[in-house]
Design a protein around this ligand. Structure first.
Ligand code: NAD
Length: 475
């Protein structure tokens, strides 16, 4: 099998290192590419380039910055097929879902390129004029996970450089290929040093967080790593935006249309093999419709094929990496040991290659079961029964996480009334996983710090500066 060598983008050049990291296709455990293993030296070079570029980029008219972002989005569109196929090869998701991610990546860049940070007049009186403007923070360090590698990368790159910052971005060592191919495609579209993309082991992350010449960290990943980043950033008070884990609850009220919601509930949990921060990870169904709806969800599950994402007809691909595969298997094993009832699946086949977990649905496990209390990040969904709204709201909120949630009902007002009592940054009524590039996306509690997307997200790459002019001072 051919192994492609990928390079990093530093200061406008595609470069490499002597040491390389193997990238594995999770569908068959074969090495599909090698990427540079950067250390502090390459990081220093990238940060120095970003710092130099910041001088002119921060003064470049915003319309020019928008045009560069749109050009990068155009490069994604022009190479759509190559990129989605590569994404499936390294990440595992089925082709259709990879197409969605690649399409969403260029759409995200185009949408974010339209955002503006307007000056605000605080006071305009005879005595003085006071105005708030936004100024870019400087050099940004971006750190990205393995579930949506390109989308997470560009949703950091676009607002960073729109604001006038420059960026050094580190993909996950598990899924760097699509992002490095993107780096190659944009190399000549963006001035040298404005966007730098470097790869390395997890150990490169803390070096980024600690780097004295990086002004801000924007991170998506686990809550555990988010805490380390916050700690590291505290040393020199770097600005931080953290998008972390979730244990999102879906609540199905007794007036929901069972036939219509079954398929949607299924995909709210199993898209990307459950490896989505905002996937439904606990589904609470009212007792009046529990039996009917759980049977309907199980029927949907039986129609979906688990397999290599590159094969036509695959609905659920492999888990992205061995570590996560082991964790999901451990949660299934815990459910078995405790005697919880499996409605679907539950038997992992250890023979063969690839990190495949069968679609697994648990029938009403207790609230303190690990599969309910922890973020599974895999294709295992617990269905639970509830009796009253008060009870289900308390159960949904009984979590250190607070990322997103959903309510399913034929009465949207009732759904909104429940949504307003949920302790999460996003709540959907009768849909799921929809994130708007114009609405702030961020977690409550231990699901995050700050927000991405929209004007609120853009602001996080800036400081406010208030300029006050005393009128008639020397009159
Ligand atoms: P992770 O935290 O292990 O890794 C994320 C990134 O951080 C990788 O690039 C990794 O190399 C880097 N990293 C690892 N240790 C580091 C350290 N000490 N300092 C700095 N960087 C470090 O997360 P993951 O396993 O790649 O992703 C899965 C997690 O991400 C899940 O918990 C999921 O819920 C969360 N997630 C959240 C969102 C969101 O927007 N809230 C989106 C996707 C994934």
């Amino acid at each position: 099998m051919m192994t492609d060598l990928y390079r990093n983008l530093i200061d406008g050049d595609m470069v490499t290192t002597a040491a390389m990291i193997d990238v594995i296709n999770p569908a068959n455990e074969q090495v599909v590419g090698q990427v540079p293993a950067c250390t502090a030296d390459e990081l220093d070079r990238a940060v120095a380039a970003a710092r130099r570029a910041f001088k002119t980029w921060s003064k470049t008219p915003v319309e020019e910055r928008r045009a560069v972002i749109r050009a990068m989005a155009g490069a994604i569109d022009a190479n759509f097929e190559e990129l989605y196929r590569l994404l499936t090869t390294e990440q595992g998701k089925p082709h259709m879902q990879a197409q969605f991610e690649i399409g969403a990546s260029s759409a995200m860049m185009n949408a974010q390129s339209t955002l503006s940070l307007e000056d605000v007049i605080n006071e305009d009186s005879e005595e003085r004029l006071s105005r708030t403007r936004r100024v870019p923070v400087g050099v940004v360090g971006g750190i990205v996970p393995w579930n949506f590698p390109l989308l997470m990368a560009v949703q950091k790159i676009a607002p960073a450089i729109l604001s006038g910052c420059t960026i050094v971005l580190k993909p996950s060592p598990f899924t760097p290929l699509t992002t490095l191919r993107f780096a190659e495609l944009i190399k000549d579209l963006v001035p040298a040093g404005v966007v730098n993309i470097i790869t390395g082991e997890d150990s490169l992350g803390p070096l980024i967080t600690a780097h004295p010449d990086i002004d801000k960290i924007t991170f998506t990943g686990s809550t555990a790593t988010g805490k380390k980043i916050m700690e590291g950033a505290s040393k020199d008070l770097k600005r931080i935006t953290l998008e972390l884990g979730g244990n999102d609850a879906s609540i199905v009220l007794p007036d929901a249309d069972v036939k219509k919601v079954a398929e949607q509930l299924f995909w709210s949990s199993f898209t990307n093999a459950g490896q989505i921060c905002v996937a439904a990870k606990r589904i609470y169904i009212h007792e009046d419709i529990y039996d009917e709806l759980s049977a309907a969800i199980a029927d949907v599950a039986r129609t979906v094929t688990v397999g290599d994402g590159a094969n036509q007809g695959t609905g659920v691909g492999p888990i992205q990496n061995k570590k996560q595969f082991d964790r999901v298997c451990e949660l299934i094993e815990d459910a078995r040991t405790n005697g919880y009832k499996f409605l679907v699946g539950g038997n992992v086949d250890p023979s063969g290659s690839g990190y495949y977990v069968p679609i697994t649905i648990l029938d009403n496990p207790p609230e303190d079961a690990r599969i309910v209390a922890e973020e599974q990040f895999g294709p295992v969904m617990p269905l639970m029964k509830f009796s009253t709204e008060e009870e289900v709201i308390a159960r949904a909120n009984n979590s250190d996480y607070g990322l997103a949630g959903a309510v399913w009902t034929s009465n949207p007002d009732r759904g909104v009334a429940i949504a307003e009592q949920l302790e999460t940054g996003t709540v959907w009524i009768n849909e799921f996983l929809h994130l708007s590039p114009f609405a702030p996306f961020g977690g409550h509690k231990q699901s995050g710090f700050g927000a991405e997307y929209g004007v609120e997200g853009l602001k996080e790459f800036t400081y406010s500066q208030v300029i006050t002019v005393k009128r008639n001072a020397f009159a």
